[in-house]
Design a protein around this ligand. Structure first.
Ligand code: THU
Length: 129
């Protein structure tokens, strides 16, 4: 899938977001090293802390289908600013693919891309245990 197609897949997922509490839809499209793509959206809950971000939805789908090697992830929002991943999602990504490229979109579909290492410097991983 091209970068533009991956971005379009993340943007399409905005319509699947379940976000009646924050009214902040997020879509994600995760590309694995072998090219397989998994998508996700944020899914909120009346018990707020039970909600899950779009990125972790996509990564959980991938992992549960046997994919752990992630090349890049697009995160789409509708806000003015670029939709960056929360700290929990950064840590979740690092567990499986510290080299992942994180591509953040704003509501206009413009991108800002980061290596995960820039978003999560000095991250905690298995080597500490
Ligand atoms: N959210 C995501 O799904 N991904 C992000 O990168 C940032 C935040 C969700 C969580 C919650 O449903 C809503 O956006 C507002 O925080």
């Amino acid at each position: 899938m091209t970068r533009e197609e991956l971005k379009a897949a993340a943007i399409r997922m905005l319509d699947r977001a379940y976000c009646p509490y924050s009214h902040f839809p997020v879509g994600a499209a995760l590309e694995c090293a072998d090219g397989t793509v998994f998508t996700g959206c944020n899914i909120e809950n009346a018990a707020y802390s039970v909600g899950i971000c779009a990125e972790r939805t996509a990564m959980s789908k991938a992992i549960s289908e046997g994919h752990r090697d992630f090349a890049r992830i697009v995160i789409a929002g509708r806000s003015e600013d670029y939709c960056v991943p929360c700290g929990m999602c950064r840590q979740f990504m690092q567990e499986f693919s510290p080299q992942i490229e994180v591509i953040c979109l704003n509501g206009r579909g413009e991108e800002k891309a980061f290596p995960l290492k820039e978003l999560l410097p000095h991250g905690f991983d298995h080597s500490f245990l």
